[in-house]
Structure formats: C-alpha cells, structure tokens
Design a binder for this molecule. Structure first.
Ligand code: BGC
Length: 880
C-alpha cells in the first residue's frame, strides 16, 4: 500500500502561511473491499520523526482536509508530516513524508526598506542592485520578496525561481503577497550580486478600459531579502535598503497591456553579476510598503505552461507567425540581424479574411513588443513583464526571422480532468475550454487576456466555476481570490463587478465619476456565494465556507434587501443574462429574460446555498432564515414573473436549476424548454447566466435528445460552430465570426469618454461552462457527495459518440471511465479510487442486464474502489 500526502497548498511552494495545515491523502494498492477505519498523523521537526511534535489518531474514514496535529506558527519553520491508515488488514506503513515550510509570518520580518527610483509610469524599468560576500559554507538560503509593481530577482545573473509577474495581482492596499524561493544553489563563495528588475505591472501600469496608470500609486518599489543560514549555525540577512543602487538598462518600457520596448544597445548585460562596476549608478530612493498587509503567497504563481512552435509565413513587408493556439503569453523570437536593427512584434487573436492581424478588438492595449538589437548575429528575443492574448503575430524587421515559439503562461493550477471521445469536434471543444481557462487564469480569474480589460470580472468566474473545478485543481487559487473578494466587498455587503476592484480606484479620477452606478449585479456579486459552495462541492473543502461565510452573508443580505415583496425591485440596472445572442449587439444586457427575473432567482439560489452553508459551518437560526428567504423569493418571483420567464430558454433553465417553480410545474416547464430548443434546432439562445444551466435543465428533466441536439449542433449559435471556422478558445459572443467570414465589431462601447469601442474577444471562458456537463453526462463521471467521496457511473451514450474516455483526479485519486458502444451493448472500464464509493447509474432500457466483472448487478448498487469491467446489454442510446 502506498499513501500520497499533500496539503491545501500548491506542492511546489515554500514560504507558506502559518496556521492550520490541512492534509489530504490518496491510497494506492489496497485490496478489494478494504476501507480506511482509522488514521494516524504524525508531525515532527525532523524528517526522521525523532523529535515528534504531535500525533493524532482518529477512528475515521476521512482523508480529505484533515487538520495536521501540529499547527505551524513560527516563521521559517520546516515541519514534517506523515500518515498511516488502519484497514481491515491492520495498520499500513507510514506514507512518504510531506514537508511544509513557512515563510515570514509577520511582515515586519522583512527587515529592509522598500526601494525604488525616481521613475514615473511608462518610464524605463528600474534596475536595482547590491552585492554581498559569502565567506563560509552555506547550509541553506532563502529569498523573500515583494513589490509595488512587478519584479524579477536576479542572483549572480540568473533569475531566482520561475514565477512570472510576481507578486501577482491582489488589492495591494489590503493584501500584498510575498514570494519565497530556495536560492541556496544560486550563491557562490566570494562576491554575489543581488539584482532586481522592477516594472509598473498592475500596480502602476495602465489598467482597465479607462486605460489609466498609477492606479495603486505613483511609485514602484521592491522589498526583499536573502537570508543565508550558514553551516556554523549563524544567519546573515541581505535586505533591500538605502545602500542599493539603481539605473536603467535595456528595458525601456514594460506594460501588461501595451507590451515592452527593449533596446539592447542600452542594456548593461552584467548588471546583476558580481564584479560589475556600478559606480555610475545612482542611490536608490526609499519608498513605503506597508508591512502590515504582507502575506506569504499561498496560491499557484503564474508559470510557463507550454511552448508552442509557430509557423512563419513571409509577406511582402513582414513575417506572419501562427502559434496554432490562442494563448496568453508572448513570442520568443530568434532573429539574425545587426546591432541597431529594429524588430517589432504585434499580436492578434485572429486574422481578418485579407490575412492581416485583427487588432481592433484589443482596443486600448497596444500588445506590441519592440526590440533594438544590441549585437550582430543570431539572438533570442523575449519581452519582460507583459503578456498578450494571441494566436498570430506579425514581425516587421530588417533582421532575418529564424524561429518563433509561442510561450503560454497561466496560474499554475494542477490539471485535473482528461477527456477524449470518438467525436473530434467535441474533443476540440474540450481543448478550447481548457485553453480559455489557462489563458484567463493569470494571477486572478479574468474575463479575457487580450484587450484593455483582463479584469477579475466576478460573473465570468462564477459562470465558469464548475467547469473550472472539473478541469483543474484551482482550490488554492480561489481561496486566495475569494479572500480578495471579501476584502473588496463594501461594508454594506455589495460585491464589486471586478476583483481586485481597480475600477473603484479609477472612478474618482474620471471627469464623469462612475459611469456605471450599480447596486450590485446578479450573477456577478453572487460569485461571493456560488464559488465557495462550488469549491466545497468539488473538493470537499468546508474551510472555504467557513472563511467566506461572512462575505456570503454580506452579499445575500445586501442584494436581497433590494426586494420589494420578495421580488427584486423593478427598474434597476443589471447585467442580466449578459450577451444573450438575441440582445442588440450594443446592448448586451437586454436579454430575452428580464434582468428582474434573473436577479430575483439569483437571490433565491444564493440564499439557498448560504442556508446550506450555515447548516455546515454557521448557525441553525441563520440556516432557517435563509431557507425561508429562498422559499419566499422563489415563490413570489414565480407568481409575479413565472409566465414571462417560461417564454425563454434562460428563464426556463434558471427556473428548473434554481428550483423556482413548484414541483407540480416542473415537468411542464421542462417540456416548454425542450420545445423551445427543438423549434430552434438546438441553436443556443442563452447568455452568460442561462448557458451554464441549460444543459442540466434539459437532461435532469428527461430531455436528453434536445440536450444532445444543442451540444452537437455545428451550425452558427452553437458550441461546435466556432471550431468549424478555426476557433481554438471559447468566444465572447456566439456569432463573433459569421459563416461568410465576416467578423463582429463587438457593438458596445466607446460611448464613455476615454474608452474605445468594440467588445469582441475570442477568448472568454463563460460559455465553456458546458464542459462540466460533458464530463458528467457524456463520460458519466458524476460526484454525488462533496469532494467526490461518492460518485456515480452514469454515461449517457448517444448515437453520435461511439466511445468516450475521461478521468478526474479527485482528492482520493483518479476516478475514470473508458466506455464504448457496440451496437446496443455498452462496455465500460471504470476506475474508482480508494475511499470512494461508486453507485451504478447505467443507461438501461427494458431488458437490459448489467454485469460488473462478470457478476450481475442492478442500478443503484454500490462499488468500492478498484477497476471494473462493466457490460450493459440493450443500453439506452440517445438517438442524436
Ligand atoms: C467583460 C465581461 C464582463 C462584462 C460585464 C465585459 O467587458 O469582458 O466578460 O462580465 O463586461 O459588464
């Protein structure tokens, strides 16, 4: 038996927060029928467990988010943890040892000063440097660093760590993250150089469609230190302080939206190496970073996800590059040129029919990297501290372009879901959704990666959360972002549209103030409730509910207070079922279903989820109060707006999925929904809020035929149509490119001073929410209890799909299926991890028999862990 142990934090991070350490384990190699009857966890301060701190034994089958007996509360502490379990065969051996290292738990332990230069926004990047001498053998060395701005720490010429755009984007006035790295191997005996490249980043750079700089402050600065523990037991700290020096180098400009300008004739190549003469450099300027808002990084940082070779096409005046995948990142270009040659790289998501870059949708984001070569010959070029949303790029230069690689970045969440089937377009849809996730999870969950937004739109994150949970393990990522959501929540409970709320910082600087006055938006503010609940469902993480409970209550109380007679008050500006394809192009909030209905049913739904959360981690009285609120709002809304709602697909779908109508009317509403879908031949007619629920609204109420007709439709207004015209990610609008090749100009926008028109991105994940349905219904991998502790085996085959193979890496291990149809016989190989019970829910018809490993079984019977061969005769196959 082998036991794998992990904590709530990403595996590769050190320098983590103190406080409760939650351990989860996977068990491999247990015998059939064996279950966990007890566990024992040991914590120690040495890897041999000779100095045992504490141990805990419990008669329990639980294995997820279990508190370690030792609660790390000391900075820099390395603690060791292991678990063993008791089964019917007795106690197992100890698991492999899990190591946890805390960072600096008190911001004051960063003993230095924040340092910067005299630059203003858009000025050349600051280089900062100091040197120090190592004279004795080093046991270990750590770097702790943060900044107002984005930074790279360079030690002796090499970058410390692989984090990109550190310290990431948080509401810096409330919370600023400190990255920690093991830099032991960077140090050399003798002189060492400690350098920092510091740019505007999210802190001072241009942000939002208002394209304003200096959002969090006018000065960038760096705060950090290298701590060296010598073998003789002494410690030395080299911290940022007034002794450092500053200058500028080759990075003349770096902006997240606009790209970089790098002039290598001005570079100081050895600036971060020992022995460099910095006598011409200036003293640094001392700045202020509040140490009380510092906190160790606890979520995956942005890292490189993939390197995709690009094809080169020579045009008359430029070379066009195609990475074959829409990504977030940049181009690594290899050119052969002469000192002084200029190289300009522009980026776009698509080519127009005349094969030129379509840059209009980027609006205020210039997305252009410019280089001046500093030497003759072959050289690699890469920008600094920027990213672009693109598949194509143009290079204009006198130098010869030899090679180009698209570097894709993402917040480094572990992959979780794998899906393949005999249906090529469906496979591509899966890939497109996954790429939209990678491209849009860049430090925070964003709306799109290319134009002058890339903001943490709460509604987009909410609409997509269940799909995200199935595709990747982003629990730590969302724990961190939800913390920011709560910090940005107004005192009255209002949740901003974007988190971090950079818009709120900009409004006072706009001549017109806030042009979008709002009282919170249904489906957007509800991220405060829906996301914690989704994390609990998908990971079994109760702690996230505990952490967010106050924020959840705040939103529900605030938003529901706007009801009159238990229905959301009329006449308020709402985003509604945003981007309903039948809404006017320039008024995406004018969906078929009224925004009043949408707001009311979201109140009912969030009140319900909050009530359930109260049952788990809150109070009984609150649970009863919010259940009653949910009931009252559902009933009043149905009475007042039900007739109107059932005329639209989103109205019916939200009614069914949020339990708005009385039980007695469900069947009728579902039939009306199915009829609407049949009438439109499966064409999609829902926006951001209807789309994530429509497939379940059909399939859970017996309308699989219509559900599949929608899923597999290839004509315009469908998930698969964009693929037929080349999409590699999910579009913002269903009709972004028409069958005749014409491209939507994105209607809305530009009316407000300072903004540019057009809202058309080819990389918005909201509509990709459907992929969760695909896992649960096409593959048949469905969770029945939080964290997949109980699952069902429930494929719903259709004639158009001969086989499907999928797996989800749950906290217990891999839960997978590989099924194929042979006429009306279904054969499936199913993997159920240890600790999980799987209920049979196979697609039977009259006369079906079910064999599991050759033994007759019935639907509803439960399997333990193992690998099972399942055969179903006379399987029910949907005829689409
Ligand atoms: C964003 C959306 C967002 C919406 C709400 C857009 O500009 O890209 O995804 O949710 O605004 O107003």
């Amino acid at each position: 038996m082998k036991i794998e142990l992990r904590s709530q934090y990403p595996a590769k991070l050190i320098g983590l927060p103190g406080g409760m350490l939650e351990l989860s384990w996977k068990v491999f190699g247990a015998k059939a029928g064996e279950t966990q009857t007890a566990y024992e966890i040991q914590s120690a301060l040495d890897s041999e467990f000779t100095v045992e701190l504490k141990s805990d034994q419990a008669k329990s089958s639980n294995s997820q988010f279990i508190k370690a007996p030792h609660i790390p509360s000391v900075s820099r502490e390395i603690s060791f943890h292991r678990v063993r379990i008791e089964t019917q065969s007795g106690w197992s051996d100890w698991s492999e040892t899990f190591t946890h290292e805390t960072g600096l738990l008190n911001g004051e332990e960063l003993i230095g000063h924040a340092i910067g230069d005299e630059s203003k926004a858009t000025d050349p990047a600051a280089l900062l440097r100091t040197t120090f001498t190592v004279t004795k053998p080093v046991a270990k060395a750590r770097l702790y660093a943060t900044a107002h701005g984005t930074y790279d720490v360079m030690i002796n010429g090499a970058k410390a760590g692989d984090h990109i755009l550190a310290p990431g984007w948080t509401p810096y006035q409330h919370r600023l993250l400190v990255d920690s790295h093991d830099v032991t191997n960077h140090l050399v005996e003798g002189e060492n150089a400690f350098g920092v490249l510091l740019t505007d980043g999210w802190y001072r750079g241009k942000m939002s469609f208002f394209n304003l700089t200096d959002n969090y402050g006018e000065h960038t600065s760096f705060l950090g230190q290298i701590e060296i523990d010598y073998e003789d037991g002494t410690r030395e700290v080299i911290a940022s302080d007034s002794n450092w020096k500053t200058a500028t180098g080759g990075v003349r400009f770096a902006s997240i939206y606009d790209g970089t300008t790098m002039d290598f004739t001005m570079a100081q190549p050895a600036w971060c190496k020992p022995g460099f003469d910095d006598s011409a450099w200036s003293p640094v300027t001392l700045r202020k970073i509040s140490k009380s808002v510092l906190e160790p990084l606890s979520a995956p940082p942005v890292r490189v996800k993939a390197e995709l070779p690009m094809t080169l096409r020579q045009e008359a005046d430029r070379v066009n590059l195609d990475g074959t995948q829409n990504i977030s990142g940049w181009v690594r270009l290899t050119v052969d040129g002469k000192r002084g040659d200029k190289v300009v790289v522009r980026h776009a998501e698509i080519l127009l029919p005349n094969k030129t870059l379509h840059t209009a949708p980027l609006r205020g984001a210039k997305a252009t990297d410019t280089y001046i070569l500093g030497k003759d010959g072959v050289q690699d070029l890469e920008p600094k501290h920027t990213f672009h949303g693109f598949q194509y790029a143009d290079v204009i230069t006198d130098a010869k372009v030899i090679k180009a690689v698209a570097i894709a970045i993402t917040s480094d969440n572990e992959d979780r879901g794998v899906f393949k089937s005999s249906h090529q377009l469906l496979n591509k849809l899966h890939s497109n959704v996954l790429w939209s996730l990678y491209d849009n999870y860049v430090s925070i969950p964003t709306d799109c990666p290319q134009r002058d937004e890339r903001l943490g739109w709460t509604g987009d994150a909410q609409a997509f959360i269940y799909a995200a949970n199935t595709l990747v393990n982003e629990n730590a990522f969302f724990r961190s972002w939800l913390k920011d959501l709560a910090l940005e929540q107004h005192e009255n409970g209002k949740v901003p549209h974007v988190v971090p709320d950079v818009l709120e910082l900009q409004y006072p600087r706009l001549p017109h103030g806030n042009p979008f006055p709002d009282n919170g938006a249904a489906g957007w503010g509800d991220a405060a409730v829906v996301i914690p609940w989704a994390q609990y469902q998908s990971f079994g993480d109760v702690e996230i509910l505990r952490n967010q409970l106050h924020s959840m209550r705040g939103w529900v109380d605030f938003f529901s207070a706007q009801c009159v007679d238990n229905v959301f008050a009329d006449g308020q500006m709402q985003l509604g079922d945003w981007l309903d394809p039948d809404a006017p192009e320039d008024k995406p909030f004018l969906a078929k279903v009224s925004s009043r209905f949408v707001a009311s049913v979201y109140i009912a739904q969030s009140a319900r989820l909050l009530a359930k959360s109260e049952e788990l981690v809150g109070t009984k009285d609150n649970a009863a109060k919010y259940h009653k609120l949910a009931d009252d709002v559902a009933q009043a809304t149905w009475n007042l707006l039900g007739a109107e709602a059932r005329k639209s697909t989103s109205g019916c779908s939200l009614t069914l999925e949020f339990n708005i109508c009385p039980e007695s009317e469900r069947e009728a509403v579902a039939s009306e929904l199915a009829a609407l879908v049949r009438k439109d031949k499966g064409a999609i007619s829902t926006g951001f809020l209807g789309t994530p629920v429509i497939m379940d609204a059909m399939s859970r109420n017996g309308h699989f035929e219509e559900a599949y007709s929608m899923l597999l439709r290839e004509e315009i207004r469908s998930w698969l149509y964009p693929i037929t015209v080349g999409a590699t990610t999910i579009w913002e609008r269903w009709e972004a490119i028409k069958p005749d090749g014409s491209v939507s100009d994105g209607g809305i926008g530009g009316e407000t001073e300072g903004t540019e028109p057009g809202m058309i991105s080819f990389n918005h994940y909201a509509y990709g929410a459907v992929i969760d349905w695909v896992y649960r219904n096409v593959a048949g991998l469905t969770s029945l209890a939080p964290g997949y502790e109980q699952v069902s085996i429930a494929p719903r085959p259709t004639k158009s799909i001969e086989w499907a193979k999928a797996s989800i890496e749950t906290g217990y291990g891999e839960y997978g299926i590989d099924w194929k149809l042979d006429g009306s016989k279904l054969h499936a190989k199913v993997t159920v991890p240890f600790g999980v019970q799987a209920k049979l829910n196979l697609p039977v018809s009259q006369g079906s028999t079910i064999l599991v490993n050759g033994e007759a079984k019935l639907n509803g019977e439960v399997l333990g862990h193992g690998v099972f061969d399942i055969d179903v005769t006379h399987a029910h196959v949907v005829s689409k």
